[in-house]
Design a protein around this ligand. Structure first.
Ligand SMILES: [Zn+2]
Length: 76
């Protein structure tokens, strides 16, 4: 485990509409265990032409991990 998070390559490729996904950071607000949780600095690709949005697989895993942590902290 090197813990290297600095060299993540945010390459989202191309949108089916022929646009190119642009990399940016967003805030995601979601409801977990009847609480609103805001997760900041989520890397996201967005197509400037059609507005289609994509996430990296590791980003989805990170969100799921955070949601799981929120749920488990609710029980204590
Ligand atoms: Zn598009």
């Amino acid at each position: 485990m090197s813990g290297n998070h600095g060299g993540v390559d945010y390459d989202y490729g191309y949108c089916p509409c022929t646009g190119t996904y642009e990399h940016r950071f967003i805030e995601v607000e979601m409801s977990v265990a009847q609480r609103n949780v805001v997760i900041k600095d989520i890397p996201q690709g967005e197509c400037p032409i059609c507005g289609s949005q994509v996430y990296k697989m590791q980003v989805m895993e990170r969100i799921e991990t955070l949601m799981r942590a929120e749920r488990s902290s609710e029980r204590t």
